[in-house]
Design a protein around this ligand. Sequence first.
Ligand code: 16G
Ligand code: MG
Length: 557
Amino acid sequence: MNEEQKSLLISSSSHFLPPQGVRLSYGTAGFRADASLLSSTVYRMGILAALRSLKTQAVIGLMITASHNKISDNGVKIADPNGGMLSQHWEPFADALANAPSPQDLVQLINDFVKEGIPFNGVRPAEVILGRDTRPSGDALLKAAKEGIASIVGAIATDMGILTTPQLHWMVRARNMGMKASEEDYFEQLSSSFRCLMDLIPSEKSNRSGPNDKLVVDGANGVGGGNLEVLLKQLNGLSIEIRNYGEDGGVLNEGVGADFVQKEKVVPNGFDSKDVGIRCASLDGDADRLVYFSVTAESNGKIELVDGDKILSLFALFIREQLIILSEEEDAKNSRQAHLGVVQTAYANGASTNYLKQLGLEVNFTPTGVKYLHEKAAEFDIGIYFEANGHGTILFSEDFSGWLVAKTKELSSKSKGSELEKAALRLLAVNKLINQAVGDALSGLLLVEVILQHMGWSIHRWNELYHDLPSRQLKVKVADRTAVVTANAETVVVSPLGLQEAINAETAKHSQGRCFVRPSGTEDVVRVYAEASTQEAADSLANSVAKLVDQFLGCSS
Ligand code: 16G
Ligand code: MG
């Protein structure tokens, strides 16, 4: 690092001193905290993004969002060149950068880090594209990020404005693949692949139109509602009503959104008994999560939740159906046995895992957090991953995508209009529709809608695929959540000693009991998940285990 660079960093960073007495860490999905604490962190992540761009000689993304957190929070996360999460190798550097106490310490840290091979005079300058969600604090934080980027000599920052998190990830991936990467291009890719899938629906199965066929979407008062509306203008054949845009006085994520609906299992604001039976969906604040639900006839706002596990099951069924058609190709020489895998976390309802296994699918488990699921899903020709909370997508390997393109070309001359060709075209369209960088509520929603039409299914028929086991989630405030260390995709506690045995003893008391605890990656709590054959049993198991956690770790003051 030359003197010009050092002095630029010293002078620029002196405007962004870290908050006193707060230690921030790059958690499951970047930094998140009260927005008033974040300007120095976001500034420093601007620096990190520029350095990462120099290191990879590719475009990097920086997104300002705190997803489903309350409106006064904000956060920042980095998208790597492939559109995925920042490489885990860089997380310790992100932590150290965020917490360096003075400009001098910051420069020292960067100087030591860049010695490990960051090409300051590389072929191309650093380039970072930025996006933010609709939070009021976003604008000032975006400026801080730009200052951070500008403190690396020659770095270019491109502000893409207010976006969903998945849009930014998509753009980073597209830019680095040399593809068109504007917001219009994103909408065009989604709408054209959606139309293609609609055109391939077998006519006898289509349940299109009819008054009960409208979808009502809860936009969480975030960025997703408006964007979905833009998308809808480019689509025909979809009747969607959007509520909770955020423009009618509603507060971001307050009593609305996918996180609220999935955890509380009640209707979001703006929905009531008038909506009984209608197919409804909920996005989270930055539109990377999606759940469906329908309002039940009971008067207390109860819903039937159709969560990420059921979305995964629907996608798996559809993909599997197309693969079966392809594998039945007469000319067996040209057929290719695609390796399809699904990835879940311990939060997946046990009934969903059983269902997927009964379909003959390979089910894998990883710890919570998109970065783990995504990495695992990328090992397959087609890897489908979902968290129960509604974050997930379908990944197609490069090799399999290439094979699909060649196959569709071959079939279009050899057997145009055949079921075989249609199956290949459907898979290709899914590959284009579903975000390959990260889970995306908008592309996920379009895929759910077209698959339901393809199957001729109502939300109720879909929900009947299997019956969720009753479950309960609780959180326990503890003095130090890092005292809980887990293994086997968070299903076993290895520390503190004795806690797992105590959990096992409680779990054994309940029929179909399953229970695990894990430290949250986004909040200062330990989470408890319990499942059992009745709701009372799941509640009782969760409560007993929460008490155990409290006993083993001690309550915080
Ligand atoms: C973040 C993660 C999500 C995970 C959740 C768990 C991403 C993009 N998001 O929202 O995948 O389910 O954290 O939160 O990775 P917890 O650790 O507080 O339970
Ligand atoms: Mg989110």
